[in-house]
Design a protein around this ligand. Sequence first.
Ligand SMILES: NC(=O)c1ccc[n+]([C@@H]2O[C@H](COP(=O)([O-])OP(=O)(O)OC[C@H]3O[C@@H](n4cnc5c(N)ncnc54)[C@H](O)[C@@H]3O)[C@@H](O)[C@H]2O)c1
Length: 440
Amino acid sequence: MSQQKTVSHIDNLPSTPGKFKPDKSPPYIHRLRVHSAISRLTLWSSLFLIFIICFFFFSPPSSSASPRRALGGDSWGGHNWEKKVSRSAQTRSGLTVLVTGAAGFVGTHVSIALKRRGDGILGLDNFNDYYDPQLKRARRKLLDRAGVFVVEGDINDSELLRKLFDVVAFTHVMHLAAQAGVRYAMQNPGSYVHSNIAGFVSLLEACKSATPQPAIVWASSSSVYGLNSKIPFSEKDRTDQPASLYAATKKAGEEIAHTYNHIYGLSITGLRFFTVYGPWGRPDMAYFFFTKDILKRRAITIYEAPDHGTIARDFTYIDDIVKGCLGALDTAKKSTGSGGKKKRAAQLRIFNLGNTSPVPVSELVSILEKLLKVKAKKKVLPMPRNGDVKFTHANISLAHKEFGYRPTTNLDTGLKKFVSWYQDYYSGSKKRVARAFSNI
Ligand SMILES: NC(=O)c1ccc[n+]([C@@H]2O[C@H](COP(=O)([O-])OP(=O)(O)OC[C@H]3O[C@@H](n4cnc5c(N)ncnc54)[C@H](O)[C@@H]3O)[C@@H](O)[C@H]2O)c1
């Protein structure tokens, strides 16, 4: 096909930018052009104005009937969605709890325990891929069966949070959503700021403005003790020497909690968990990936302290942590603010939830070897400076005094339950996978 030269207004433009061709037309033609340009401008402006007015008057209102796209998640909103939210939050006990991080390890166990005793529960999780999202989806299946609906969305999505508080009058928020893991902070520091700081503030903002204001129980971490060497770790000990960005964001969370309690009268309880483990656990934690590697006959790395000292952790079984979370929820007093204003002083607490008996990592490996009936190939290396601390050891007398917290599962018993779940869940046999789903 021959290319015909089309004549258009483009041809009237100066061929070289910057070069200007003077207009040689007579002055009356010039006036006429200006006049017609003004009337064209007036016509287009009027049309534009009419368009804007029509848009505002005739566009559908942002009603609950139209689903929205969530920040980092599914779409939300609409009649069916609201029905699911309300049904999940129906309570027999009087407690209605929003559980953030519900598809996470602790969130799943806590949500199911609360639902079983008759509380209304709604989950929220962004299903991020920090670790295998398939595992989070499988936990969601468990929650679904228990009658807990998990909204897929981010705690930074303030519009979504506002909507959730519009649909449900939550009495409590169990805030477990966070970017967990100590070492990953060196790869992706922004994710810690996003979830543990910005996300926490966004959630507290929603709680502060809600009517009624809910009481908040949230997960801090034993990592706030950082380089503290006074043992066992007590809530009164110093927490100003974090060894990782993760720890620093949890410590920041504790300070932010103080501010929202002080200004807005939010009742806030922080729980410092100590190395939680158990069925449906987290693949990024040592007990989990040691199990995987030992079974695959792959070498595992065990770190030792600079002076050939042992690294030890106060491993705490998930069922004990769940009891601690429920105890904290049940003893949380009401928030005292309304309309974003504090009426009087509100409760502000912080508790250690640990097991009170640190176990060297080498012993954890021995127990796993026994349970898996496989000898581990071990590589012992000096501990790199990547955020880990040498040991953790909880003093739990405060939680015991306040809500009778008393852990009852030792590491042998807890790991036995974990290994049995792990072998079922990853067995590839339908029957055994079904058993993994039923044992919770
Ligand atoms: N497991 C432990 O040993 C341990 C120890 C100390 C503290 N904690 C804290 O306990 C809480 C629960 O930990 P876990 O072990 O269940 O971790 P997890 O990673 O299994 O659960 C956290 C969940 O939060 C979700 N999430 C993360 N950022 C989010 C966001 N911005 N919006 C919505 N959802 C988001 C994740 O998808 C995940 O499902 C966390 O706050 C963690 O920091 C855990």
